[in-house]
Write a protein that binds this ligand. Structure first.
Ligand SMILES: Cc1cc2nc3c(=O)[nH]c(=O)nc-3n(C[C@H](O)[C@H](O)[C@H](O)COP(=O)(O)OP(=O)(O)OC[C@H]3O[C@@H](n4cnc5c(N)ncnc54)[C@H](O)[C@@H]3O)c2cc1C
Length: 474
């Protein structure tokens, strides 16, 4: 294969090629440390033309391509398999912001730009790019679009699919589809853009995107709230929509078990409330209307609403952030959930969704289902309750190592997913399928849906070289 590697070098140069084992290592395993693969080379093109040339070469030589952004995905989608015959194509050198149009509320970027950089650039122009998730300092917009990422503001702004107008894609043939249109309306045949969003790199490589921007909020209220139950959290959220004048931008639910793990493993984390409670909500309202001199603004409205909710027994205690730093500290308790669980030991993650009003019943039945399979397991449910999306996670019993827990994990997952189906929900609300959930997708999606997906994959990637083994077996 040395001839092939030299041809790659001819396209991307020395800076764009990693072939030594130490250099390749960070690209070959996933964030959760579930998968470790092998690759002929890590290829880091610097432009769409270079991506296209690499993909054309791979098509000619029948070499599989695994696209990779920030490598923060939760389902192993960016990890190559172990046979070592694929390349990893990293977009991390394609990290330029190409244009900001504050008048038209758009930003055009290369796929490898880190999400936080996009948020900061939008803020510099007094605009907002609302996609926000705990991995935002490392994940890339290409990965966000390829996974149709969700995050903590979906209930107000939508998921990644709703935040983009146009994309440019390198197809498995190496041709470039220029769909970089900044159009709000375009009903000209099938929506090709939507096909690539959420395809997890199995249909092509997203190289550039035109993103939508929003006005930057000028008044933000954030509260850390202890609630008696998930049912109270859902009722609290339901009333908050009207009480905030439709300004609820985030509503996150957490169980005490998750807070305890954050306090134990994350330096500097502190409980905002004096007493321990079983359930917490992190509620954020934001508005583009600035708070005027002497006005209580959204914080005043939120305080009044929480006071009423307390009288109704929906709220046990609450702390309203008095500063940006305090709001950040509340958010850190939520955003460090994944990190602290990783530090604590083996766990399985169920990124599920059901309709918002069915969350309380699902929570009761789901916790019971996990404990029926393994009474000593440690459930840590949390998530975007406003989207009906729970990370219905389960930590191994204390003292268990990963191999022992993984023997029983499939039975726990099957119990959870069967229940999700009973509730008409989804077995992957925002993380995607990757290589981790290929079997589950085949089991839980209907024949017509799977046949249609396979037909699309075969039509666009007949040689099955674009991220093979992910999402679907063809
Ligand atoms: C602490 C933590 C918190 C998280 N929170 C959330 C959350 O709240 N919501 C959420 O949705 N996700 C969350 N995630 C998962 C992850 O951050 C997202 O899936 C993110 O969108 C992945 O971006 P990435 O650049 O890291 O992609 P990668 O992990 O590199 O790749 C993900 C998938 O996209 C493909 N891909 C990457 N770039 C491209 C491209 N340019 N063209 C085509 N395909 C491509 C890969 O092949 C792979 O299948 C979290 C992850 C972590 C570690």
């Amino acid at each position: 294969m040395s001839g092939f590697v030299e041809k790659l070098r001819g396209i991307v140069g020395d800076r764009g090629l990693v072939v030594d084992d130490a250099g390749k290592a960070p690209y070959l395993g996933d964030w959760r440390e579930n998968f470790m693969g092998a690759a002929l080379a890590i290829v880091r093109p610097a432009s769409t033309d270079e991506v296209a040339s690499v993909v054309r070469l791979c098509a000619a030589e029948k070499v599989a391509v695994v696209p990779q952004g920030g490598n923060t995905g939760m389902v192993g989608g960016a990890t190559p398999d172990t046979d070592g015959r694929a390349i990893v194509l990293s977009l991390n050198r394609m990290n330029r912001i190409l244009e900001v149009d504050p008048l038209g509320y758009t930003m055009t970027v290369e796929a490898g730009v880190v999400l936080k950089t996009i948020q900061d650039e939008a803020a510099r122009h007094d605009r907002l790019f609302p996609l926000s998730l705990a991995a935002e300092g490392s994940c890339t917009i290409g990965g966000n679009l390829a996974t149709n990422a969700g995050g903590v503001q979906v209930l107000h702004y939508g998921n990644a699919r709703q935040l983009v107008l146009g994309i440019e894609v390198v197809l498995p043939s190496g041709e470039v589809w220029n769909g970089l249109r900044a159009l709000k309306k375009d009903n000209t045949g099938y929506d090709l853009r939507d096909l690539y969003l959420g395809a997890e790199g199995t249909l092509g490589i997203i190289t550039r995107a035109v993103l939508k921007l929003w006005p930057r909020p000028k008044d933000i209220a954030t509260a850390w709230i202890a609630v008696p139950s998930p049912a109270a959290a859902v009722t609290l959220l339901s009333g908050a929509h009207a009480a905030s004048e439709d300004n609820v931008t985030s509503c996150e639910l957490m169980a005490r078990q998750g807070i305890d793990l954050v306090l134990q493993h994350i330096p500097g984390a502190a409980d905002p409330l004096a007493e321990r409670h079983d359930w917490y909500v992190l509620l954020e309202w934001s508005s583009t209307r600035p708070r005027r001199e002497g006005e209580a603004g959204l914080a005043g409205k939120m305080e009044a609403y929480l006071g009423e909710a307390m009288e109704q027994g929906l709220v046990l205690d609450a702390a309203l952030a008095q500063s940006e730093a305090q709001a950040k500290a509340f958010w850190a308790l939520r955003e460090n959930h994944s990190e602290s669980q990783k530090k604590d030991g083996p766990s399985i993650k169920h990124d599920i969704s059901v309709s918002v009003s069915r969350i309380p019943a699902f929570m009761d039945e789901g916790l019971a289902a996990m404990r029926t399979v393994l009474p000593s397991c440690r459930p840590v449910p949390f998530g975007h309750v406003g989207d009906g999306n729970l990370h219905f996670n389960c930590m191994a019993p204390v003292g268990w190592d990963k191999p022992r827990f993984m023997e029983v994990a499939p039975a726990i997952s099957a119990a959870v997913y069967d229940l999700v189906v009973k509730y008409g929900g989804s077995i992957s609300a925002e993380h995607g399928i990757g290589r981790m959930k290929v079997e589950e997708l085949a089991h839980y999606r209907g024949r017509i849906e799977l046949d249609t997906m396979r037909a699309i994959k075969r039509a666009l990637d007949p040689a099955n070289l674009m991220n093979p083994g992910k999402v679907l077996e063809v």
